[in-house]
Design a protein around this ligand. Structure first.
Ligand code: IMP
Ligand code: MG
Length: 183
C-alpha cells in the first residue's frame, strides 16, 4: 500500500481549541446541576473528548463505547456492531455522546436508540465535525463543532485505515499527494 500523507489543513489547531472551548462553555451552562455522563465513541472521539471534558467545569463521569460501522477504507459498511459496551449504569443520568464526526448518521442513530433503552434522563450528541450532505437518517446533533464538506478528513482522532489519528489538526485525505483519490 502506498504511503498516504496528510494534505491540506482544513481546521487548524487554534480553531479546534477555540471551538472546543465554546462547546465546553455551552455544555457547562446546559448541564449545571445535572448528573452528566460523557460517552466517547472510540476510537475517533478520544482526542476531542479529552480536550472537551477538560474544559467542562462540572462534576461528570466519562465512559466509552466502541462500535464498528466502517471497514478499513472510506466506504460505509452500513453495519453497526457494539465492540465495547459502557461500563457505567446510565439509568437516570444525562448522557452526552461525544463523536468525532457525523457522516451518514447511522452509527449515532443506532447508539442513541440503544442507550435510550437503558432509562437515561436524556441522550444528546456532541460531534466535532458534521457532514450534513452525507446524512441518510434524521438525527439531532445538539452540539456541532464544524460543518465540513463531503470529503474524507483525518487527524485530531480521525483515521484512515488507523493512520493519522495523532495529527493535531484536521486535514483532507483526498487532497493528499499520492493518495490515489484525487479524481
Ligand atoms: P456514520 O455512521 O456514517 O455517521 O459514520 C460515522 C463514523 O464514520 C465516524 O465516527 C467515523 O469514525 C467514520 N467517518 C465518517 N466520515 C469520516 C471521515 O471523513 N474521516 C474519518 N472517519 C470518518
Ligand atoms: Mg467514529
Amino acid at each position: 500500500m502506498e504511503e498516504r500523507k496528510p494534505g491540506r489543513v482544513l481546521i487548524g489547531e487554534e480553531e479546534l481549541e477555540r471551538r472546543t472551548a465554546e462547546l465546553a462553555r455551552e455544555i457547562t451552562r446546559d448541564y449545571e446541576g445535572l448528573d452528566l455522563v460523557m460517552v466517547g465513541v472510540l476510537k475517533g472521539a478520544f482526542v476531542f473528548l479529552a480536550d472537551l471534558a477538560r474544559r467542562v467545569e462540572l462534576p461528570l463521569e466519562i465512559d466509552f463505547v466502541a462500535v464498528s460501522s466502517y471497514g478499513s477504507d472510506t466506504e460505509s459498511s452500513g453495519v453497526v456492531r457494539i465492540l465495547k459496551d459502557l461500563d457505567l449504569d446510565i439509568a437516570g443520568k444525562h448522557v452526552l455522546l461525544v463523536e468525532d464526526i457525523v457522516d451518514t448518521g447511522l452509527t449515532l442513530k443506532y447508539l442513541v436508540g440503544l442507550l435510550k433503552e437503558r432509562g437515561p434522563a436524556s441522550v444528546e450528541i456532541c460531534a466535532l465535525l458534521n457532514k450534513p450532505e452525507a446524512r441518510k437518517v434524521d438525527l439531532e446533533v445538539k452540539y456541532s463543532g464544524f460543518e465540513v464538506p463531503p470529503l474524507f478528513v483525518v487527524g485530531y482522532g480521525l483515521d484512515h485505515a488507523e493512520r493519522f489519528r495523532q495529527l493535531p489538526y484536521v486535514g483532507v485525505l483526498d487532497e493528499m499527494e499520492g493518495s490515489g483519490r484525487e479524481s
